[in-house]
Design a protein around this ligand. Structure first.
Ligand SMILES: CC(C)(COP(=O)(O)OP(=O)(O)OC[C@H]1O[C@@H](n2cnc3c(N)ncnc32)[C@H](O)[C@@H]1OP(=O)(O)O)[C@@H](O)C(=O)NCCC(=O)NCCS
Length: 157
């Protein structure tokens, strides 16, 4: 009997630039995902200064990615998928879209800073080919608590 192979279904997403009326939904997602969520004002600053894209899946707003276009790289400032939609491959598709923005000549790497305690996110980026490159000791300090930041990179070259 012929052996059948299960084909992985890649979820479809749409990435759209955030507009002000969406920011409240992003705050709700951020509240669920982070101990120190961004405020509407912070989202709006990123929206105007850098790039803030919302992730739609089946017409629902399920997350966002904030990033900055720098001279030789793209820095992923923050990203989140609504907890009810995590582990369905959506984040991976978003990173693949980000990889599509790279080119050998100019912006050839994606970079992100992750809290040392956010092991799940480290595993997520590792799964997409990111590697640890450096540690910034005591980078985060809030409420009398400090935490290191790990720099993780995906290099196109
Ligand atoms: C990190 C995050 C964006 C990942 O998004 P996601 O859509 O759930 O991730 P995916 O389903 O695409 O995961 C792809 C792969 O990454 C790895 N991965 C993702 N989440 C993981 C977790 N919690 N633990 C271990 N590995 C994980 C797995 O290898 C996974 O593949 P698998 O499900 O087939 O095993 C999402 O979990 C999230 O929003 N977390 C809270 C906010 C956060 O930490 N953001 C990142 C730092 S800014």
């Amino acid at each position: 009997m012929q052996k059948t192979t299960a084909l992985a279904v890649i979820p479809s997403i749409q990435l759209k630039f955030a507009v002000p009326y969406m920011l409240e939904d992003l705050c709700i997602i951020d509240d669920k995902c982070f101990q120190f969520p961004w405020t509407i004002k912070e989202f709006d600053i990123i929206r105007k200064r850098d790039a803030l894209k919302v992730i739609f899946h089946k017409d629902y707003l399920v997350g966002y990615i904030a990033y900055a276009l720098l001279s030789d790289n793209i820095e992923i400032l923050k990203m989140a998928i609504h907890p009810e939609c995590q582990r369905r491959g959506l984040g991976k598709v978003v990173l693949n879209e980000m990889k599509g923005k790279l080119d050998i000549q100019k912006r050839y790497k994606l970079e992100t800073l992750l809290r040392e305690r956010n092991v799940e996110a480290q595993l997520f980026f590792k799964d997409s080919g990111f590697v640890w490159t450096d540690t910034l000791e005591g980078y985060y300090h809030e409420d009398d608590m400090t935490e290191d930041a790990y720099i993780m990179e995906y290099n196109y070259r």
